[in-house]
Design a protein around this ligand. Structure first.
Ligand code: NAP
Ligand code: COA
Length: 263
């Protein structure tokens, strides 16, 4: 398939990707890197970071890794500062670190609920807040990773629904505050994406996967590369008037269930 983005599109650009050691976020790092950006990936596990950096470099990408927990502001700020100092600032930030497990609201502890809100929502604030100091502006593009749960309530997902809804509103609030400084802030809202930890946790049997597939207008799971392409669009010159947007990449999931009332 022909690449819709020009090679070298992001030459001399620098991207920091939190939660970039696996899954969708790693694919975003790979996409931005494959288009010429220097990328940094950040997450808790040194082993995962090492493997991610190695796989990015194997693809010819200028990549480095930083370890830390998005819940710890100092750890985030240290990593962001180190990456910024290495090359004179940051152009793109992707905040995608998240945690999920399936649990009824009455069956989880207060700490379980807080943990997910802390990773997803507070973590996103921490990443964007720490990066703000180092953004090359005007022109910086910040991308948060939301989820369908932010806008569609789901059983056993009260923690994730709350956290991701907060991310959507934080996206808009920062777009409003930082727009005048030439910083765009958007969110990508993926639907079910194949071969990810997220879907392994949410859909543990083939029957569940089949039921979810039937409920998606496009009748399939998305691919990581499809989310990564949306991130490339948001960082590109094609999106210079886009900010405060929550862009769905969900096969139509939020629009409705094609099985309708007779499904
Ligand atoms: P994943 O592979 O598990 O990615 C999560 C990443 O976040 C990992 O790199 C993980 O690495 C990191 N992380 C988790 N907790 C962290 C913390 N406290 N501090 C720093 N890093 C942390 O999952 P995924 O399924 O690809 O999901 C990626 C993003 O897409 C998430 O924001 C998720 O909510 C969103 N999303 C996914 C789907 C889907 O279908 N999978 C759908 C909608 C939205 P460490 O373990 O090394 O920390
Ligand atoms: N059901 C109910 N509660 C659960 C749970 C589950 N399946 N899994 C964890 N918890 C609770 C724990 O019991 C704990 O509460 P407690 O102290 O009252 O017992 C709380 O959540 C925190 O758990 P802990 O394991 O200490 O958190 P952590 O910070 O080490 O890990 C998680 C965070 C739980 C979100 C972990 O699953 C994780 O690291 N996830 C990252 C990867 C991921 O979720 N990917 C998908 C992204 S969509």
């Amino acid at each position: 398939m022909r690449d819709v983005f020009s090679p070298g599109l992001f030459e001399n650009k620098r991207a920091f990707v939190s939660g970039g050691s696996s899954g969708i976020n790693l694919e975003i790092a790979r996409r931005l890197g494959s288009l010429g950006a220097e990328v940094a990936v950040f997450s808790r596990s040194q082993d995962k970071i090492d493997a991610a950096v190695q796989s990015l470099r194997a693809d010819g990408i200028d990549a480095s890794g930083y370890t830390g927990d998005v819940r710890q502001y100092d750890q985030v700020a240290e990593a962001v500062s180190a990456f910024a100092a290495k090359g004179g600032g940051i152009d793109f930030v992707v905040s995608g670190a998240a945690g999920n497990f399936v649990a009824p609201a009455a069956g989880m502890s207060a700490n379980a609920f807080r943990t997910v809100v802390d990773i997803d929502l507070n973590g996103t604030y921490n990443v964007l807040r720490a990066a703000f100091e180092h953004l090359r502006r005007p022109g910086a593009s910040l991308i948060n990773i939301s989820a369908v749960q932010s806008q569609q309530a789901m059983p056993f997902q009260a923690h994730v629904c709350s956290a991701k809804a907060g991310i959507d509103m934080l996206t808009r609030a920062l777009a409003v505050e930082w727009g005048p400084m030439g910083v765009r802030v958007n969110a990508i809202l993926p639907g079910p994406i194949a071969e990810t930890e997220g879907m392994r946790r949410l859909s543990s049997t083939p029957e569940m996967a089949e039921r979810i597939t039937r409920s998606i207008p496009l009748q399939r799971y998305g691919e990581k590369r499809e989310v990564a392409d949306m991130a490339a669009f948001l960082c590109s010159e094609a999106a210079t008037y886009v900010t405060g947007a929550i862009l769905t990449c969900d096969g139509g999931q939020l629009a409705g269930n094609p099985q309708g009332v007779v499904g």
